[in-house]
Design a binder for this molecule. Structure first.
Ligand SMILES: [Ca+2]
Ligand SMILES: [Ca+2]
Length: 368
Protein backbone atom coordinates (compact mmCIF):
# COMPACT_ATOMS: atom_id res chain seq x y z
CA UNK A 1 0.00 0.00 0.00
CA UNK A 2 1.28 3.44 -0.82
CA UNK A 3 0.51 6.43 1.33
CA UNK A 4 1.10 9.93 0.03
CA UNK A 5 1.48 12.86 2.34
CA UNK A 6 0.56 16.22 0.87
CA UNK A 7 1.41 19.17 3.15
CA UNK A 8 -1.47 21.64 3.39
CA UNK A 9 -0.42 24.32 5.83
CA UNK A 10 -0.94 23.00 9.32
CA UNK A 11 -2.67 19.90 8.09
CA UNK A 12 -1.40 17.00 6.09
CA UNK A 13 -3.61 15.27 3.58
CA UNK A 14 -2.98 11.58 3.61
CA UNK A 15 -4.26 9.72 0.60
CA UNK A 16 -4.31 6.02 1.14
CA UNK A 17 -4.29 4.89 -2.43
CA UNK A 18 -5.04 1.25 -1.78
CA UNK A 19 -8.39 2.15 -0.31
CA UNK A 20 -9.10 5.25 -2.30
CA UNK A 21 -10.00 6.94 0.97
CA UNK A 22 -8.84 10.25 2.33
CA UNK A 23 -8.35 11.48 5.83
CA UNK A 24 -7.13 14.71 7.35
CA UNK A 25 -4.64 14.36 10.14
CA UNK A 26 -3.44 17.30 12.18
CA UNK A 27 0.27 17.88 11.74
CA UNK A 28 1.51 20.45 14.19
CA UNK A 29 4.79 20.85 12.32
CA UNK A 30 3.13 21.63 9.04
CA UNK A 31 5.54 19.37 7.24
CA UNK A 32 5.29 15.94 5.75
CA UNK A 33 5.08 13.48 8.56
CA UNK A 34 4.67 9.80 8.65
CA UNK A 35 5.88 6.80 10.53
CA UNK A 36 7.71 4.43 8.23
CA UNK A 37 5.63 1.51 7.01
CA UNK A 38 6.47 -1.51 9.16
CA UNK A 39 8.63 -3.90 7.15
CA UNK A 40 7.22 -7.20 5.93
CA UNK A 41 8.69 -10.13 7.82
CA UNK A 42 9.00 -13.86 7.32
CA UNK A 43 7.75 -15.69 10.39
CA UNK A 44 10.06 -18.24 12.00
CA UNK A 45 9.44 -21.47 13.89
CA UNK A 46 9.09 -20.91 17.62
CA UNK A 47 7.88 -24.29 18.87
CA UNK A 48 6.71 -27.66 17.62
CA UNK A 49 3.92 -29.07 19.75
CA UNK A 50 3.27 -32.67 20.83
CA UNK A 51 0.56 -34.79 19.22
CA UNK A 52 -1.72 -33.91 22.15
CA UNK A 53 -1.93 -30.28 20.92
CA UNK A 54 -3.06 -30.22 17.27
CA UNK A 55 -4.90 -26.86 17.34
CA UNK A 56 -3.25 -24.30 19.69
CA UNK A 57 -5.29 -21.14 20.23
CA UNK A 58 -5.34 -18.56 23.07
CA UNK A 59 -2.31 -17.58 25.14
CA UNK A 60 -1.51 -15.78 28.37
CA UNK A 61 1.58 -15.03 30.43
CA UNK A 62 1.59 -16.76 33.82
CA UNK A 63 2.63 -14.96 37.03
CA UNK A 64 5.94 -16.89 36.87
CA UNK A 65 6.62 -15.51 33.38
CA UNK A 66 5.92 -18.73 31.49
CA UNK A 67 3.80 -18.63 28.35
CA UNK A 68 0.58 -20.63 28.65
CA UNK A 69 -1.16 -21.93 25.53
CA UNK A 70 -4.74 -23.22 25.37
CA UNK A 71 -5.21 -26.35 23.28
CA UNK A 72 -8.87 -27.08 22.50
CA UNK A 73 -7.82 -30.02 20.31
CA UNK A 74 -10.78 -29.66 17.98
CA UNK A 75 -9.01 -31.82 15.41
CA UNK A 76 -8.57 -34.74 17.76
CA UNK A 77 -10.88 -34.64 20.74
CA UNK A 78 -9.69 -38.01 21.93
CA UNK A 79 -6.89 -35.77 23.26
CA UNK A 80 -8.18 -33.88 26.30
CA UNK A 81 -8.47 -30.10 26.01
CA UNK A 82 -5.43 -28.90 27.89
CA UNK A 83 -3.06 -26.09 28.76
CA UNK A 84 0.62 -26.26 27.94
CA UNK A 85 3.44 -24.13 29.34
CA UNK A 86 6.53 -22.82 27.63
CA UNK A 87 9.37 -21.63 29.84
CA UNK A 88 12.22 -19.24 29.14
CA UNK A 89 14.19 -22.14 27.67
CA UNK A 90 11.40 -22.38 25.04
CA UNK A 91 10.70 -25.98 26.07
CA UNK A 92 7.10 -27.09 25.85
CA UNK A 93 5.47 -29.12 28.59
CA UNK A 94 1.97 -30.15 29.45
CA UNK A 95 0.51 -28.15 32.35
CA UNK A 96 -3.02 -29.42 33.11
CA UNK A 97 -6.09 -30.82 31.44
CA UNK A 98 -9.06 -28.45 31.61
CA UNK A 99 -12.02 -29.95 33.53
CA UNK A 100 -14.56 -31.31 31.08
CA UNK A 101 -18.24 -30.47 30.88
CA UNK A 102 -19.83 -33.74 32.02
CA UNK A 103 -22.61 -33.68 29.38
CA UNK A 104 -20.13 -33.55 26.51
CA UNK A 105 -17.08 -35.14 28.10
CA UNK A 106 -15.06 -32.33 26.52
CA UNK A 107 -13.24 -29.14 27.42
CA UNK A 108 -12.58 -26.65 24.61
CA UNK A 109 -10.23 -23.96 25.97
CA UNK A 110 -9.76 -20.99 23.62
CA UNK A 111 -9.12 -17.49 25.05
CA UNK A 112 -7.37 -17.43 28.44
CA UNK A 113 -6.24 -14.74 30.85
CA UNK A 114 -4.86 -14.65 34.40
CA UNK A 115 -6.68 -12.73 37.11
CA UNK A 116 -4.90 -10.60 39.71
CA UNK A 117 -4.87 -13.51 42.20
CA UNK A 118 -3.20 -15.87 39.71
CA UNK A 119 -6.36 -17.81 38.88
CA UNK A 120 -6.81 -18.51 35.19
CA UNK A 121 -10.02 -17.54 33.34
CA UNK A 122 -10.83 -19.74 30.36
CA UNK A 123 -13.31 -19.56 27.49
CA UNK A 124 -14.56 -23.13 27.17
CA UNK A 125 -16.06 -22.89 23.69
CA UNK A 126 -18.17 -26.05 23.60
CA UNK A 127 -20.16 -24.63 20.68
CA UNK A 128 -17.12 -24.54 18.43
CA UNK A 129 -17.31 -28.30 17.94
CA UNK A 130 -20.58 -27.76 16.05
CA UNK A 131 -21.97 -30.90 17.65
CA UNK A 132 -25.57 -30.78 18.91
CA UNK A 133 -24.58 -31.76 22.43
CA UNK A 134 -22.23 -28.80 22.71
CA UNK A 135 -24.67 -26.19 21.43
CA UNK A 136 -25.24 -23.35 23.94
CA UNK A 137 -23.02 -25.16 26.43
CA UNK A 138 -20.03 -22.82 26.49
CA UNK A 139 -18.58 -21.90 29.86
CA UNK A 140 -16.38 -19.31 31.45
CA UNK A 141 -14.16 -21.19 33.86
CA UNK A 142 -11.90 -19.98 36.63
CA UNK A 143 -9.18 -22.45 37.56
CA UNK A 144 -6.78 -22.35 40.47
CA UNK A 145 -3.72 -24.34 39.51
CA UNK A 146 -1.04 -25.32 42.01
CA UNK A 147 1.94 -27.54 41.33
CA UNK A 148 0.65 -28.57 37.90
CA UNK A 149 -2.72 -29.54 39.28
CA UNK A 150 -6.16 -27.94 39.12
CA UNK A 151 -7.08 -27.45 42.78
CA UNK A 152 -10.31 -25.55 42.26
CA UNK A 153 -12.74 -25.00 39.40
CA UNK A 154 -15.37 -22.27 39.38
CA UNK A 155 -17.95 -22.03 36.62
CA UNK A 156 -18.21 -18.25 36.25
CA UNK A 157 -20.87 -18.47 33.55
CA UNK A 158 -22.51 -21.22 31.57
CA UNK A 159 -24.86 -21.76 28.66
CA UNK A 160 -22.90 -19.52 26.27
CA UNK A 161 -23.12 -20.10 22.53
CA UNK A 162 -19.52 -19.23 21.55
CA UNK A 163 -17.21 -17.71 24.21
CA UNK A 164 -13.96 -16.94 22.44
CA UNK A 165 -11.64 -14.33 24.00
CA UNK A 166 -11.24 -13.01 27.54
CA UNK A 167 -9.47 -10.08 29.21
CA UNK A 168 -9.30 -9.04 32.83
CA UNK A 169 -9.71 -5.34 33.57
CA UNK A 170 -10.69 -3.36 36.65
CA UNK A 171 -12.01 -6.24 38.72
CA UNK A 172 -14.06 -7.78 35.92
CA UNK A 173 -13.60 -10.19 33.06
CA UNK A 174 -14.65 -9.18 29.57
CA UNK A 175 -15.56 -12.02 27.23
CA UNK A 176 -16.30 -12.02 23.52
CA UNK A 177 -19.11 -14.24 22.35
CA UNK A 178 -18.67 -14.76 18.61
CA UNK A 179 -22.19 -15.87 17.74
CA UNK A 180 -25.59 -15.03 19.21
CA UNK A 181 -27.69 -16.79 16.64
CA UNK A 182 -30.90 -16.61 18.67
CA UNK A 183 -30.99 -12.84 18.27
CA UNK A 184 -32.49 -11.94 14.92
CA UNK A 185 -31.16 -8.59 13.81
CA UNK A 186 -33.26 -6.72 11.21
CA UNK A 187 -30.21 -6.71 8.91
CA UNK A 188 -30.42 -10.49 8.71
CA UNK A 189 -26.76 -10.61 9.68
CA UNK A 190 -25.10 -12.23 12.66
CA UNK A 191 -25.08 -10.48 16.00
CA UNK A 192 -22.33 -11.11 18.54
CA UNK A 193 -21.27 -9.37 21.69
CA UNK A 194 -19.13 -8.72 24.73
CA UNK A 195 -20.06 -9.89 28.22
CA UNK A 196 -18.69 -8.56 31.50
CA UNK A 197 -18.62 -10.66 34.66
CA UNK A 198 -17.19 -9.81 38.10
CA UNK A 199 -13.97 -11.70 38.89
CA UNK A 200 -15.68 -13.53 41.73
CA UNK A 201 -18.91 -14.35 39.89
CA UNK A 202 -20.07 -17.93 39.66
CA UNK A 203 -22.84 -19.97 38.07
CA UNK A 204 -24.25 -17.14 35.96
CA UNK A 205 -26.72 -18.54 33.45
CA UNK A 206 -26.36 -16.82 30.10
CA UNK A 207 -29.42 -16.75 27.85
CA UNK A 208 -27.65 -15.55 24.67
CA UNK A 209 -30.28 -12.84 24.19
CA UNK A 210 -30.22 -9.08 24.47
CA UNK A 211 -31.85 -9.48 27.91
CA UNK A 212 -28.63 -10.84 29.46
CA UNK A 213 -27.66 -8.29 32.13
CA UNK A 214 -23.97 -9.03 31.63
CA UNK A 215 -24.06 -8.25 27.89
CA UNK A 216 -22.47 -4.79 27.54
CA UNK A 217 -22.32 -4.24 23.78
CA UNK A 218 -23.04 -5.98 20.49
CA UNK A 219 -21.66 -6.05 16.94
CA UNK A 220 -23.17 -6.95 13.59
CA UNK A 221 -21.02 -8.83 11.08
CA UNK A 222 -21.91 -7.47 7.63
CA UNK A 223 -19.85 -9.90 5.54
CA UNK A 224 -22.39 -12.50 4.45
CA UNK A 225 -19.58 -14.85 3.36
CA UNK A 226 -18.12 -15.09 6.86
CA UNK A 227 -20.70 -14.82 9.62
CA UNK A 228 -18.46 -14.93 12.67
CA UNK A 229 -18.31 -11.93 14.96
CA UNK A 230 -16.67 -10.75 18.21
CA UNK A 231 -13.40 -12.62 18.67
CA UNK A 232 -10.06 -11.07 19.72
CA UNK A 233 -10.22 -8.70 22.70
CA UNK A 234 -7.72 -6.29 24.27
CA UNK A 235 -7.56 -3.14 26.42
CA UNK A 236 -5.27 -0.21 25.74
CA UNK A 237 -3.43 1.53 28.57
CA UNK A 238 -6.16 4.18 28.77
CA UNK A 239 -8.80 1.53 29.45
CA UNK A 240 -10.49 1.55 26.05
CA UNK A 241 -11.60 -1.85 24.83
CA UNK A 242 -10.85 -3.23 21.35
CA UNK A 243 -12.71 -6.16 19.82
CA UNK A 244 -12.10 -7.88 16.51
CA UNK A 245 -15.21 -8.41 14.36
CA UNK A 246 -13.84 -11.52 12.66
CA UNK A 247 -15.82 -11.77 9.41
CA UNK A 248 -15.68 -8.04 8.73
CA UNK A 249 -11.92 -7.82 9.33
CA UNK A 250 -12.62 -4.83 11.56
CA UNK A 251 -11.45 -3.72 14.99
CA UNK A 252 -14.11 -2.02 17.09
CA UNK A 253 -13.20 0.50 19.79
CA UNK A 254 -15.47 0.49 22.83
CA UNK A 255 -15.34 3.35 25.30
CA UNK A 256 -16.65 3.67 28.87
CA UNK A 257 -17.61 6.42 31.28
CA UNK A 258 -16.23 6.61 34.81
CA UNK A 259 -18.92 4.19 36.02
CA UNK A 260 -17.99 1.60 33.42
CA UNK A 261 -21.04 2.22 31.27
CA UNK A 262 -20.39 1.81 27.54
CA UNK A 263 -20.39 5.21 25.83
CA UNK A 264 -19.35 4.19 22.33
CA UNK A 265 -18.72 1.26 20.00
CA UNK A 266 -17.46 2.08 16.52
CA UNK A 267 -15.25 0.54 13.85
CA UNK A 268 -11.84 1.95 14.76
CA UNK A 269 -9.66 0.21 12.16
CA UNK A 270 -10.49 -1.56 8.93
CA UNK A 271 -8.52 -1.99 5.71
CA UNK A 272 -9.43 -5.21 3.94
CA UNK A 273 -6.35 -5.11 1.70
CA UNK A 274 -4.13 -5.27 4.78
CA UNK A 275 -6.31 -7.34 7.14
CA UNK A 276 -9.19 -9.56 6.07
CA UNK A 277 -10.18 -11.31 9.32
CA UNK A 278 -9.52 -10.58 12.98
CA UNK A 279 -8.94 -13.51 15.31
CA UNK A 280 -6.83 -12.96 18.44
CA UNK A 281 -5.54 -9.45 19.14
CA UNK A 282 -2.87 -8.23 21.54
CA UNK A 283 -1.02 -4.97 22.25
CA UNK A 284 2.74 -4.55 22.50
CA UNK A 285 4.19 -2.17 25.09
CA UNK A 286 4.17 0.71 22.56
CA UNK A 287 0.44 0.51 21.93
CA UNK A 288 0.61 -1.32 18.60
CA UNK A 289 -2.16 -3.86 18.21
CA UNK A 290 -1.19 -7.19 16.61
CA UNK A 291 -3.96 -9.10 14.86
CA UNK A 292 -4.08 -12.73 13.75
CA UNK A 293 -5.57 -12.60 10.23
CA UNK A 294 -6.76 -16.19 10.44
CA UNK A 295 -8.28 -16.66 6.99
CA UNK A 296 -5.39 -14.97 5.18
CA UNK A 297 -2.48 -16.82 6.93
CA UNK A 298 -1.24 -13.37 7.91
CA UNK A 299 -0.54 -11.06 10.83
CA UNK A 300 -1.40 -7.37 10.79
CA UNK A 301 -0.50 -4.51 13.09
CA UNK A 302 -2.77 -1.57 13.81
CA UNK A 303 -0.63 1.38 14.89
CA UNK A 304 -2.05 3.86 17.43
CA UNK A 305 -3.22 6.13 14.55
CA UNK A 306 -5.60 3.27 13.55
CA UNK A 307 -3.66 2.48 10.36
CA UNK A 308 -3.54 -1.19 9.42
CA UNK A 309 -0.32 -2.77 8.18
CA UNK A 310 0.11 -6.38 7.15
CA UNK A 311 3.53 -7.43 8.50
CA UNK A 312 3.69 -11.11 7.56
CA UNK A 313 1.87 -13.57 5.35
CA UNK A 314 2.47 -17.20 4.48
CA UNK A 315 1.30 -19.39 1.64
CA UNK A 316 -0.56 -22.59 2.47
CA UNK A 317 2.01 -24.90 4.04
CA UNK A 318 2.61 -27.56 6.68
CA UNK A 319 4.07 -24.88 8.95
CA UNK A 320 7.32 -26.79 9.47
CA UNK A 321 9.47 -23.75 8.70
CA UNK A 322 7.48 -21.52 11.00
CA UNK A 323 5.00 -20.36 8.38
CA UNK A 324 1.78 -18.78 9.61
CA UNK A 325 -0.45 -21.84 9.29
CA UNK A 326 -3.77 -20.21 10.09
CA UNK A 327 -2.72 -17.90 12.94
CA UNK A 328 -5.09 -17.91 15.91
CA UNK A 329 -3.60 -15.41 18.34
CA UNK A 330 -0.50 -13.23 18.78
CA UNK A 331 1.08 -12.21 22.09
CA UNK A 332 4.16 -10.21 23.09
CA UNK A 333 6.38 -12.51 25.19
CA UNK A 334 10.02 -11.89 26.07
CA UNK A 335 10.36 -9.25 23.37
CA UNK A 336 8.91 -11.36 20.55
CA UNK A 337 5.48 -11.71 18.98
CA UNK A 338 4.49 -15.35 19.46
CA UNK A 339 1.70 -16.61 17.16
CA UNK A 340 -0.26 -19.84 17.56
CA UNK A 341 -1.07 -21.75 14.36
CA UNK A 342 -4.57 -23.22 14.47
CA UNK A 343 -4.21 -24.95 11.08
CA UNK A 344 -7.66 -26.48 10.92
CA UNK A 345 -10.39 -24.57 9.11
CA UNK A 346 -10.67 -24.78 5.33
CA UNK A 347 -13.02 -23.20 2.83
CA UNK A 348 -13.17 -20.86 -0.15
CA UNK A 349 -12.04 -17.82 1.88
CA UNK A 350 -9.22 -19.61 3.72
CA UNK A 351 -5.61 -19.83 2.57
CA UNK A 352 -5.21 -23.00 4.66
CA UNK A 353 -6.24 -26.10 2.70
CA UNK A 354 -5.64 -28.85 5.24
CA UNK A 355 -4.67 -29.75 8.77
CA UNK A 356 -1.29 -31.38 8.89
CA UNK A 357 1.74 -31.99 11.09
CA UNK A 358 3.78 -30.49 12.55
CA UNK A 359 1.62 -28.56 15.03
CA UNK A 360 3.41 -25.31 15.52
CA UNK A 361 3.78 -21.87 17.05
CA UNK A 362 5.49 -19.18 14.96
CA UNK A 363 7.41 -16.06 15.99
CA UNK A 364 7.74 -12.53 14.59
CA UNK A 365 9.55 -9.42 15.74
CA UNK A 366 7.62 -6.48 17.14
CA UNK A 367 7.55 -3.53 14.74
CA UNK A 368 10.14 -0.80 15.34
CA1 LIG B 1 -10.03 -16.35 18.95
CA1 LIG C 1 -2.13 -26.57 6.96
Amino acid sequence: MHTYHIPLGRQTLIATVALGSFAFLADGLGSAMSAAEPAMQTSRLFATLPDACPTPDGMAIAPDGDLVVACPNFKDQSQPGCLIKIGKDNKVHKWVNVPVLPETGLACPMGIEFGPDGDLYICDNQGWTDKPKGKFKGRMLRLRIKDNEVVSTTVVAQGMEHPNGVRVHGGQIYVTQSMMSNVKDPSGRLLSGVYRFPLDAHDIKVTNTLADPNLITTLITRNAECQYGADGIAFDKAGNLYVGNFGDGAIHKITFDADGKVTGNHVWAVDLKEMRTTDGISFDDKGNLYVADFSENAVAVVTPDAKVHRIAKSPDSDGSKGELAQPGEPILWNGKIIVTCFDLVTGPDKVNTKHDKPYTIAVLDPIK
